[in-house]
Design a protein around this ligand. Structure first.
Ligand code: SF4
Length: 492
């Protein structure tokens, strides 16, 4: 059997869609291609089981849709797996019809947080054959292909399928697969070169992605209310530190990788972190790669940051989300504003590079409160405690607690089924005293902090090597492109 792991091209004047390995969806004018880790595991597991696998990322390969469809028609896969997100789900329904026209006997499976939240919807509104719910869709896809091939007698929990014109399912998905059983990802099969340069998370290249845990250990009361991935991973699992260290060793030896970004929603702390950091030091990997990951405030102490620096860690991505304590509490973020200020300073003092993310457009936040968030971010940037930042507008995806709250409280600006408008080009929720245009303007306002003489001077003092110069120039170019895009969109 032949299986395609497919990202069909989505042509839009809004830009290039970023939907793989992404907790939020955005169109980018200057594209960033993030390596889809779980689909890459799926491809590797299928190949190891003896199946023919086609890695078919039409987006990263920059194909036109017609070219992609022609190619897939020629390749004739028996099964196609497509990862979807809310803003493109309707486009995927249409694409599935296009696939069915040219390959009527091929089976199509949809995966991702949107279809996990609303599996019946896609079964009813499209010709999709299977919906694989939950985040372990790599294990489920192998189970499906084995089942179709007669090698396994039944489908695991988590499938939606058709039988005699009826829609059926195998019950709630289970996250009971051990991550230590995962194979090392076959990077050649999954065309890792498509993703190893053009990614802001890599200061030096080539870079590669890993994912030690699925997905985030912050699951108190279900995790952050706005986050889309608790839908996929309501519980947390992590592989052994040795397993991750072994994979990094392989990336260094075999692929000459210089940066690794681990995209676990929140990297493990405590004993696990110390064990992993010590392995990086003992094996000398700390001298060969820069390691970056997502982290939460309120978790680590100065000694942890010291050890991480020694172990080759570089960038830590922290979600601030808001400068207002009431908002952090509403989001179930589990952090405090005072803690955030302190926690950005510590890693910075130990030579790590904190990257922060903030959001505006909360349905309960006034303009004054949103400005407070900007002020907190600006302070962190200008003091040099955060190195880079990202500002976005809050988007509640189906399946998240915030989406349910927004439905209940009538916060949506438009029909919540207008999924294509959840693409971060406009706010989805009403705010107390701002127009949608004002929210977007505020969202972009913060990038101007990068253009202030104070920030630029601080950046210049950080430059030590030619690589730093290249990285800073790339960063400034991105900021300018961002501000320019904003000006165009808003006609100013
Ligand atoms: S800490 Fe980050 S990854 Fe974890 S639930 Fe919150 S937003 Fe999601």
């Amino acid at each position: 059997m032949k299986i395609a792991i497919s990202y069909p091209p989505i042509q839009s004047e809004k830009g290039v869609p970023l939907l793989s390995q992404n907790r939020q969806f955005q169109y980018f004018q200057s594209p960033t291609y993030i390596y889809p880790v779980v689909p890459a595991y799926a491809a590797t597991m299928l190949k190891n089981a003896g199946y023919e696998v086609v890695w078919d990322d039409g987006i990263a390969e920059e194909k036109t849709f017609d070219q992609w469809l022609k190619d897939i028609e020629q390749r004739k896969p028996d099964v196609l797996m497509i990862e979807s997100k809310t803003p493109v789900i309707k486009k995927h329904w249409k694409i599935i019809s296009d696939i069915k026209k040219v390959l009527p006997s091929s089976k199509v499976a949809l995966v991702g947080d949107h279809v996990t939240a609303l599996p019946l919807e896609s079964m009813q509104k499209s010709e999709v054959d299977f919906v694989l719910t939950g985040g372990d869709y790599d294990f489920l896809l192998l189970n499906l292909v084995n089942f179709l091939n007669g090698k396994e007698k039944q489908l695991e929990p988590g499938f939606w399928y058709r039988e005699n014109n009826a829609i059926k399912n195998t019950g709630q998905f289970k996250l009971n697969h051990s991550l230590d059983d995962l194979p090392y990802i076959d990077r050649e099969l999954t065309k890792w070169q498509l993703y190893n340069e053009s990614n802001g998370n890599f200061k030096v290249t080539p870079g590669a992605y890993t994912m030690a845990g699925r997905d985030c250990w912050w699951r108190k009361d279900g995790g952050c209310t706005f986050c889309s991935w608790p839908t996929l991973y309501p519980t947390f699992r992590v592989m052994k530190p040795e397993r991750l260290a072994d994979e990094i060793g392989l990336l260094i030896e075999h692929y000459r990788v210089k940066s690794v970004f681990d995209d676990t929603g929140c990297f493990p702390a405590g004993e696990w972190l110390r064990g992993f950091a010590n392995l990086m030091i003992e094996r000398g990997y700390n001298k060969k790669v820069q390691f970056s990951c997502n982290m939460r405030f309120g978790t680590l102490k100065r000694e942890d940051y010291q050890l991480m620096k020694k172990a080759g860690f570089r960038m830590l991505l922290f979600g601030i989300e808001s400068g207002n304590q009431a908002t952090l509490d509403k989001l179930n973020k589990g952090t405090t504003i005072t803690g955030i200020m302190e926690e950005c300073r510590l890693p910075r003092e130990e030579g790590l590079e904190p990257h922060i993310t903030i959001m505006v457009g909360y349905p309960w936040e006034t303009r004054q409160e949103a400005l407070k968030t900007l002020a907190v971010a600006k302070t962190l940037m200008q003091k040099g405690w955060a190195i880079t930042l990202q500002s976005t507008v809050v988007i509640p995806y189906p399946g998240s607690k915030l989406y349910a709250e927004a439905l209940k409280n009538n916060w949506f600006r438009f029909d919540p089924k207008d999924y294509e408008r959840f693409d971060m080009k406009e706010p989805v929720l009403n705010t107390p005293d701002m127009t949608p245009e004002e929210v977007m303007k505020l969202c972009d306002e913060i990038y101007k902090v990068f253009l202030t003489p104070k920030y630029m001077l601080r950046q210049l003092t950080r430059i030590r090597t030619l690589r730093d110069v290249k990285y800073s120039v790339k960063g400034v170019a991105k900021v300018l492109a961002h501000v320019k895009d904003f000006g165009r969109e808003n006609g100013s």
